[in-house]
Design a protein around this ligand. Structure first.
Ligand code: ASP
Length: 334
């Protein structure tokens, strides 16, 4: 029988209502978990339960929390067959992306899940999300970092939070679903990451990284001053397949300055379903000429966490730029 470590980090699933709104409540949640009959069912994997201190609303997650979660998994990798991480939905796709890079080659299921309604409420979606995540982790067919939510198993570094109030809160617009959980759990094996057991655990450093969303009338000059050597990387969310207003006399000198200051500039799309093609329009080709990196079909979450991963582990900016366009753990279509 397989054994799973459940790690509670916070989020709505373990919250209760207070006069200030929903707040993590470890004591009640622990009680609920240990009394949940379905978790004790014969067909379930064995499990242990631990929690981080403090439990967080995931909007408060930082690089050091990602490191802490990654370290717990790395330290326990030989004692468990898989991991279920209970996490707030707001930044779940960031944590899932970060863990996918950090734990490359772990070759075990790491399933992040949570809920839109706390477990203590009658209509909570947390019960199914937790139970199905446990079954998927216990079966051990998918050996990568995933998000399971509302019936869908998604690759963690391809997922985005899509709905703040629907039970199907996550989507993976640029990559197929890894499994769907209806009456049966149907796996889409052809979409799984190829097995790789060269485990290389890498912690992230607190690197200064920025993100910019372009909109019509964008005033590049307001951001020009942040492109100093202090900034190590920036993700620009452009229109469509990588289009940006370049006829303003500010963007190109700004990109030139970024190059001089060794700032890695990566372009992603504001369209959830997209792949960057800087050759498609004249409005995008300027970016290519300026040496900007294509984020291809990466989510902005994956691009940001990949920048953390690469900038934490490599010094050579040219190497980082090359690796940024490479597929490291299924985060982009090469
Ligand atoms: N604010 C909560 C969190 O991300 C939302 C949730 O869990 O659904 O922690």
């Amino acid at each position: 029988m397989s054994k799973i470590l459940i790690l509670h980090t916070g989020g709505t699933i373990g919250m209760t209502w207070t006069s200030e709104g929903y707040k993590p409540d470890g004591k009640n949640f622990r009680g609920a978990i240990y009394h949940m009959d379905s978790l004790k069912a014969h067909s379930m994997p064995e499990w242990d339960f631990i929690e981080t201190d403090p439990l967080l609303d995931s909007s408060r997650m930082t690089v050091s929390q990602w490191n802490m979660i990654g370290q717990i998994i790395a330290d326990n990798k030989d004692c468990y067959d898989g991991f279920v991480i209970l996490h707030g939905t707001d930044t779940m796709s960031y944590t899932a992306s970060a863990l996918s890079f950090m734990l490359k080659g772990l070759n075990k299921p790491v399933i992040l899940t949570g809920s839109q309604i706390p477990l203590c409420e009658t209509r909570s979606d947390g019960r199914d999300n937790l139970i199905t995540s446990m079954i998927i982790a216990g079966e051990g067919k998918v050996k990568e970092v995933c998000i399971y939510f509302g019936g869908l198993l998604l690759r963690g570094n391809r997922a985005i939070k899509y709905s703040a109030n629907g039970m199907r809160a996550f989507e993976s617009p640029n990559y197929p679903t890894l499994a769907t959980a209806g009456i049966a759990i149907k796996y889409n094996e052809s979409a799984f990451l190829p097995e790789n057991d060269r485990f290389r655990f890498k912690l992230f450093k607190e690197i200064p990284i920025g993100a910019i969303t372009i909109f019509p009338g964008f005033k590049f000059e307001l951001f020009e001053s942040i492109i100093t050597e202090k900034l190590k990387g920036v993700v620009i969310d452009t229109f469509g397949s990588g289009n940006i207003p370049a006829d303003n006399g500010v963007l190109l000198p700004m990109l030139e300055k970024a190059k001089k200051n060794n700032v890695v500039v990566v372009v992603c799309s504001q369209c959830p379903q997209a792949s960057i093609d800087m050759n498609a329009y004249e409005a995008g080709s300027v970016l290519k000429k300026a040496g900007v990196i294509s984020g291809r079909d990466m989510t902005s979450e994956a691009a940001i966490t990949k920048l953390y991963y690469l900038l934490s582990n490599y010094d050579d900016v040219d190497k980082i730029k090359l690796k940024m366009e490479d597929d490291i753990c299924g985060e982009l279509t090469a």
